[in-house]
Design a protein around this ligand. Structure first.
Ligand code: F0G
Length: 483
């Protein structure tokens, strides 16, 4: 069910099917302060302070709006080191919604990846995946493994009509298993709503085909379900065979195809925390000893029991199309209108955020000067909107110290569920369009501090010219003393 409504004028808008009951004041500081703030942050939006941010679109992780039911559930949490009733309630929810009965708690998604990597991945092993996620790859590499990405070629066509750009290329998967040999493959990993290529879904048909190949060669299938609800929502919209089914049917079908499901609850259940679940007791037992070692006892896993209560409610809320569809419809609104204004966006619109094609937007900036990082900094500068770089800055260096150029260069403007309004979305559209008109003023960046792993979190950059000042000048010329 779409959350769009039609106006008398004929225009369709994504209507907010919720009301605001608690609000947080935001500041839109003047552009001169934004220029200083982004400089102090080393042109890395992760290092900005929220006092300088108007719309925080860096992520949906841990920042989706929580529901009244989640907040009230947090009040009756059962604080116990072992055997907490909060955990029991969450277990029931996971079994109901995801259909898995053996659960391991972890403090967030990457902690699940740590447990999976340590349990299953041996040095030299290769994990085939539709596409990597930063933390997944980092954990697999930490234990001496690597990943091979097998999305279809269309995944890298930024402007496309392919409805399932997160699909695995089945022929390449089979060939990869033959070449690498099944004994060197600890598992195949499918990521729902493939994050780094623009939140693009895969189809159930595709996952069924992946399962068939896994069965043929006796390889495990692991599902990263952090963005499962949204992937299921787009399956309902885009995969004809499933259009009459509920989100619940689709979710169960997807999780049923996987041997192990894990997720960041910061995303899936609009809370914090994470979880690994399976119906295979043998696999559960292999992972179990690592939970008390790295996370905490088996009934809390490093999480506060209040969060576990919020997860228990949130897992059921992933079945509600008006909740899951809200950010999807706002993303679609921004992407379609930005495209109309000539801004190169990733299409079809995906989930999690609207993704701007920085390679095209900033085609005058060489890849060695990090065009998507520069665009991300410029967007903050002109709008006070904090997006996230998803390109070569988020990549790694090879053994010779050269940048491994990312397949795509993106600015991600995340839409946490039920957080922003339509007028805020229209503000983003306006400033993004202005920035596109003035894109030749944006220049490159280079690292001045570059950590070894996950450099995009902690690294700092400097501009290759005085382009930030020139952008500020043009803004003042066009907008006068407007914020
Ligand atoms: N898997 C996927 C698909 C993710 O998107 C994330 C996090 C993780 C695993 C790791 O989970 O953050 O709870 O440790 N994505 C966030 C983002 C960070 O902003 O896209 P985590």
């Amino acid at each position: 069910m779409s959350t769009n409504v039609k106006f008398f004028s004929g225009e369709e808008i994504p209507l907010e099917l919720h009301k605001v009951r608690i609000v947080q004041k935001l500041n839109l500081v003047p552009i001169e302060r934004r220029r200083d703030a982004i400089k102090e942050a080393g042109y890395n939006t992760y290092k900005l302070s929220t006092k300088d941010i108007f719309l925080d679109m860096i992520t949906d992780s841990g920042v989706n709006a929580m529901s009244d039911n989640q907040l009230s559930a947090m009040m009756h949490a059962d604080d116990a080191y072992a055997g907490s009733q909060s955990w029991e309630r969450f277990k029931v929810g996971v079994e109901d919604v995801l259909g898995k009965k053996f659960l391991l708690p972890v403090h967030q998604g990457r902690a699940a990846e740590n447990i999976l990597a340590r349990t299953f991945v041996k040095p030299g092993n290769v994990v085939p995946t539709n596409y990597h996620f930063t933390t997944t790859l980092a954990h697999i590499m930490e234990v001496g493994g690597s990943m091979i990405e097998l999305v279809t070629k269309e995944a890298f066509e930024m402007s496309s009509t392919n409805q399932f750009k997160g699909n695995m290329d089945i022929d390449r998967l089979e060939q990869a298993i033959i070449d690498i040999k099944p004994e060197n493959i600890p598992f195949v990993r499918m990521e729902a709503s493939t994050n780094l290529i623009g939140g693009q879904p895969f189809s159930i048909r595709n996952m069924m085909d992946v399962r068939k190949v896994c069965d043929k060669y006796g390889v495990l299938l692991v599902l990263d379900a952090s963005l499962l609800g949204e992937n299921a929502y787009l399956i309902k919209e885009r995969e004809e065979k499933w259009s009459e089914n509920t989100l619940g049917d689709i979710i169960k079908m997807m999780t049923g195809l996987a041997d192990i499901v894990y997720f960041s609850a910061r995303k899936l259940t609009s809370s914090r925390g994470g979880c690994i679940c399976t119906n295979r007791h043998d696999l559960y037992l292999k992972m179990e000893p690592l939970i008390p070692l790295f996370e905490g006892f088996l009934t809390y896993g490093g999480m506060s029991v209040r969060e576990i209560e919020a997860m228990a409610v949130g897992i059921y809320e992933t079945l509600d199309e008006t909740i899951i569809g809200q950010s999807v419809s706002f993303i679609k609104y921004l992407v379609e209108n930005a495209e109309k204004n000539g801004v190169p966006m990733v299409t079809p619109p995906g989930v999690l955020g609207a993704h701007v094609n920085a390679m095209k937007f900033c085609d005058h900036i060489p890849r060695s000067e990090y065009p998507s990082a520069a665009l991300t900094a410029a967007m903050y500068l002109c709008a006070g909107v904090r997006g996230m770089e998803r390109g070569t800055m988020s990549s790694i260096r090879d053994e010779n110290g050269n940048d491994v150029l990312s397949d795509v260069e993106l600015l991600r403007l995340a839409f946490p569920r039920r957080v922003f309004t339509l007028s805020q979305t229209r503000y983003v559209l306006d400033r993004l369009t202005w920035l596109h008109e003035n894109r030749h003023l944006i220049g490159g960046l280079k690292f001045d501090y570059e950590p070894r792993v996950l450099r995009f979190f902690m690294g700092t950059m400097i501009p290759t010219s005085d382009w930030p000042s020139r952008l500020v000048e043009k803004f003042r010329k066009d907008f006068g003393d407007s914020l």
